[in-house]
Design a protein around this ligand. Structure first.
Ligand SMILES: Cc1cc2nc3c(=O)[nH]c(=O)nc-3n(C[C@H](O)[C@H](O)[C@H](O)COP(=O)(O)OP(=O)(O)OC[C@H]3O[C@@H](n4cnc5c(N)ncnc54)[C@H](O)[C@@H]3O)c2cc1C
Length: 424
């Protein structure tokens, strides 16, 4: 049993926030159409200089939070966590949502996917070396899985790790690596034995993103920003103690990361602050454009509201399982699908209300800003497992349908015709 009751903890967290942050305007003021924040884009669109400034602010906040004993609420004490329950974490999140804090998206991947994998699969000295620093914000992590020829079918990856004494030499190319440009470490999955079937010859490592031989090149997305990258490895040296799990057991390591990724994407929800999940922004939009008495728009608005509410409670149930120590299961695929489906339905609804205003920027508040949301949705539908792949998972694991026939998981990897593979 945790040694701090939920009420005591809420008092502690509130005192911390009152001493260190300002209450959000929304706390005293209801949402008013035309006033306040008008950024509802799904991806960060800041230039690299501004990004550095925001990163520093984010890190300072994270350090303050950690030093107050609130940086890793559910984590084990031996690695710097507080060892409290999922319910304590929810109390924290509920209170945090009422205060203005620096943008924390820099830590989404590192803490949402890489750190849980380090905790589950790294050697004790590597856990000690990185976990507390990651939760304190001193170190930012990224996830180096996808390659030009390996996305949905991740086990087709070709980046190689070759053993050299107490080290490994990593060579190959990763792609779509979010946040690589400001990350200190990365979780990378490499092929260590091409003679084994594709899922069997993989190994995971924690790699230093500033090591010689790591080259990071930005990729620009259609929304204008460049939040992800290509990453090239040219004989990058990684100590053997930075291996995640056993040699050739990297598939299990990757699955831990992917499950946590789905959990963190699903749990992230969308647009709570801008009133999407609560419907406020959408209700006010209908009012503003004189459509609030239109029965078809009203009905569609309620469908959206119900969709967000169902997703919220499904996520909460799944998150409770995870935080009580169980591995997230196929329900996280449902959560991710629900999230992107809700976004897609919202985009369709908003496009009908706004018409051409969503394409041409007239400077009118609350209109063109939706462009960043609509154009960001395809990325959301692909990232962390595409909608189609999520449907396959639900079909196979929840509905018990036959397995997708596409993947050869028996032949040695070197005998498969994968991209431009050169495995010998
Ligand atoms: C915003 C964003 C951030 C990302 N960040 C990262 C990151 O930080 N690190 C990282 O490693 N990767 C990242 N990715 C990459 C992401 O994991 C891949 O894009 C994703 O796995 C899909 O792979 P792919 O792009 O190669 O598409 P493909 O796998 O080639 O898929 C192409 C199309 O085929 C469909 N398809 C594929 N297989 C099947 C199947 N079996 N059944 C039915 N349909 C199928 C897909 O749904 C898709 O429509 C990111 C992607 C995005 C969009």
């Amino acid at each position: 049993m945790p040694d701090v009751s939920l009420d005591e903890f809420a008092g502690e967290v509130t005192a911390f926030f009152n001493a260190n942050a300002k209450l959000k305007m929304a706390e005293d003021k209801p949402f008013v159409w035309g006033e306040g924040e008008d950024d509802i884009g799904l991806f960060e669109e800041v230039d690299r200089d501004k990004e550095q400034v925001e990163l520093k602010e984010a890190q300072e906040w994270r350090a303050k939070r950690y030093d107050a004993g609130l940086g890793w609420i559910t984590g084990p004490k031996e690695y710097g966590g507080r060892d409290l329950s999922a319910a304590h974490e929810r109390v924290y999140a509920g209170i945090e949502g009422r205060y203005e804090i620096p943008n924390q998206q820099f830590f989404g991947i590192g803490l949402g996917t890489v750190a849980p994998t380090i905790l589950a699969h790294a050697q004790p000295q590597v856990r000690e070396k990185y976990l507390a620093k990651m939760y304190r914000g001193d170190i930012v992590g990224c996830q180096l899985f996808s390659e030009p020829g390996a996305g949905s079918d991740l086990a087709s990856l070709q980046t190689r790790a070759v053993r050299d004494g107490d080290e490994w030499l990593i060579t190959g190319q990763k792609v779509w690596t979010s946040g690589a440009q400001y990350s200190d470490i990365g979780e990378v999955i490499c092929r260590t034995d091409p003679d084994l079937p594709k899922h069997a010859g993989l190994t995971g490592f924690v790699v230093d993103m500033r090591a010689p031989g790591v080259e990071i090149r930005p990729l620009r997305q259609m929304t204008g920003g460049a939040s992800f990258n290509e990453v090239f490895f040219n004989e990058v040296r990684v100590p053997d103690d930075h291996r995640l799990g056993d040699v050739n057991q990297g598939w299990t390591v990757a699955l831990t990361t992917l499950m946590n990724e789905r959990a963190s994407i699903g749990a992230g929800g969308v647009g709570g602050g801008s009133g999407l999940a609560s419907g406020t922004r959408l209700i006010e939009m209908l009012r503003h454009f004189g459509l609030d008495q239109d029965p078809v728009y009203r009905q569609d608005l309620m469908k959206l509201y119900v969709g967000y509410q169902v997703a919220k409670y499904t996520n909460q149930r799944a998150m409770d399982r995870i935080k009580s120590g169980q591995l997230p299961g196929p329900e996280m695929s449902i959560a991710k699908l629900a999230l992107t489906q809700n976004m897609w339905n919202t985009a369709q609804f908003v496009a009908r209300v706004l018409g051409p205003r969503i394409i041409a920027d007239t400077g009118e508040w609350g209109t063109f800003s939706w462009n960043g949301f609509v154009l960001g949705i395809p990325g959301m539908r692909i990232a962390g497992g595409s909608d189609e792949v999520m449907r396959n998972i639900v079909a196979e694991r929840v509905l018990g349908m036959p397995k997708d026939p596409g993947i050869d998981s028996k032949s040695p990897f070197k005998d498969l015709k994968v991209g431009t593979q050169t495995s010998d």
